[in-house]
Design a protein around this ligand. Structure first.
Ligand code: ZN
Length: 269
């Protein structure tokens, strides 16, 4: 009975929310609107900032925001108008995220793997790709339809959210690694984020070849440490990813050269 009601709720929500499409035309089921999704992103971001185990590194936050600004300028107007905000957290584990609502975070440990602005732009472009393709919303909607016991859409509702609900919400948004609940994105989401991220960095004047180098560095870091950085746990299949990013270079390089010729020469440090 309960299951039946959940399905019916899901069905009604589906009728109300309808289908959406990604920027390149793939049909998506979205049961959660942008306002709600953005509110969840902001809540998760505040949660991370309030965690007393993490401290923010202002200079690295400025560096990150500089790259985010250059990338965001190349997005469609509806995405540009979000209040984009970046924070660098003093955490050794290489990791990064971008949340609905325009909230971006990196762990300073990422800077040992993403060693220049182009490589960091590759990571951030990818994460922003997840946002503009509404992957978190799609994932939450899939869980709703599957009748996963907990109502994730309610979970963000601030004051009364239990620690467990907050963790689930953060996992659904792709930042579960921060709270110990890993939920990798699907291969489809990953390749979409890779594609849009690499194009975004090229349009902004960052060398798209750095996306290949970045993921190679990530693999080397894994071999050195004998275990994967969390970023790899949530972003699996790096060999295929490197191959695809490499294959796309002949299309991406002219976009990059055009951007440079037009004076787009980011200098974030
Ligand atoms: Zn990803």
């Amino acid at each position: 009975m309960r299951k039946h009601r959940l399905r019916l709720t899901g069905f009604l929500a589906l009728v109300l929310a309808g289908c959406a499409t990604t920027p390149d035309g793939r049909r998506q089921v979205l049961l959660v609107g942008d306002d709600q999704l953005n509110a969840m992103g902001v809540a998760a971001f505040n949660e991370m900032k309030a965690n007393d185990k993490t401290s923010v590194v202002p200079a690295k936050s400025v560096y990150t925001q500089c790259i985010v600004n250059a990338l965001v300028t190349e997005l469609a107007p509806e995405w540009q108008k979000l209040p984009w905000e970046s924070q660098a957290f003093a955490i050794a584990e290489p990791n990064a995220f971008a949340l609905p609502g325009g909230k971006v975070g990196i762990n300073t440990g990422l800077l040992r793997v993403a060693t220049d602005q182009n490589q960091l732009a590759a990571v951030l472009g990818h994460e922003i790709g997840h946002v503009v393709y509404r992957h978190a919303g799609e994932r939450i909607s899939q869980q709703q339809l599957a009748g996963v016991g907990m109502n994730l859409i309610e979970a963000y509702a601030g004051r009364h959210a239990s620690a467990q609900r907050t963790q689930l919400m953060m996992a659904a948004l792709g930042v579960g690694a921060q709270v110990g609940v890993l939920l990798p994105y699907s291969r489809k989401h990953e390749s979409e984020a890779d594609r849009v991220g690499q194009e975004l960095m090229a349009k902004a004047g960052f060398d798209p070849a750095a996306a290949v180098t970045l993921w190679q560095n990530m693999q080397t870091a894994t071999a050195d440490k004998g275990r994967s950085p969390k970023l790899l746990s949530t972003h699996p299949d790096s060999r295929q990813r490197i191959h695809d990013l490499q294959t796309a270079l002949p299309q991406m390089t002219p976009i990059y050269q055009q951007a440079r010729a037009a004076g787009k020469r980011p200098n974030c440090g």
